[in-house]
Design a protein around this ligand. Structure first.
Ligand SMILES: Cc1cn([C@H]2C[C@H](O)[C@@H](COP(=O)(O)OP(=O)(O)OP(=O)(O)O)O2)c(=O)[nH]c1=O
Length: 196
């Protein structure tokens, strides 16, 4: 069994999807933000801080932390500060290709294994009316870059290159690969793997 150090229902759903054996302990680690660090470095740092904060209380289990940001033209977009901020972010993403980066960190036995995945997402040009209606739906407010690809914003996405689950908050292939590297079994209930 592992511990998911995350309050994100999306990350919980993604681990459930692959049949992982886990429980959730939400981390209180402070997140860094801003454009000073490249997205891979920033998200790996934040993911490590989340994993290590929970590992300090739960040293007997491997702990997985993750952090997702959107980036475009050297700017990093985290969660919007409110509706106006969400409108601004979506206007900037409109008609452009941006990157979604998730850093992951697995703390196990005093060591921290890390990785990051990047997905390119192309948005169609969005009208002001579309953006305002979407923000009004409330969906963007707790999402990096002010949108949810698994939700109503799916209609904005013209194309995607890379891992889809990465955009939703947890790159599942990279998580499985990292677990393998760290010697952690994600599916330890009765020793069964994803195929049962
Ligand atoms: C781009 C995008 C982000 N998101 C979400 C995933 C993350 O939950 C959130 C990014 O915020 P994060 O700070 O990475 O995570 P979180 O605060 O939700 O959870 P925790 O720190 O406890 O792990 O944005 C989507 O759900 N869909 C999307 O298409």
């Amino acid at each position: 069994m592992i511990i998911l150090a995350s309050g994100s229902p999306r990350r919980r759903d993604l681990l459930l999807q692959i049949g992982a054996s886990f429980r959730v302990v939400v981390s209180d680690a402070a997140e860094e933000s801003g454009d000073a660090l490249p997205p891979e470095e920033l998200t790996v740092r934040n993911a490590s801080a989340k994993a290590m904060a929970v590992a300090a209380q739960q040293p007997d289990f491997p702990v997985l932390g993750a952090d997702t940001v959107v980036s475009l033209d050297g700017h990093i977009y985290g969660k919007p500060g409110g509706r106006e901020d969400a409108v601004r972010m979506l206007s900037e993403l409109s008609g452009r290709t941006h990157q979604v980066t998730t850093g992951i960190a697995l703390a196990v036995g005093g060591r921290v294994f890390t990785d990051a995945a990047v997905t390119e997402v192309r948005f169609a040009p969005l009208s002001e009316v579309e953006i305002l209606a979407y923000v009004e739906s409330g969906e963007p407010l707790d999402k990096a870059g002010a949108y949810a690809i698994q939700g109503k914003a799916a209609v904005f996405v013209e194309s995607l290159h890379g891992s889809f689950s990465n955009v939703v908050g947890l790159p599942l292939h990279a998580v499985a690969r990292l677990a393998g590297k760290a010697g952690v079994n994600l599916y330890d209930h009765y020793g069964k793997g994803p195929t049962g």
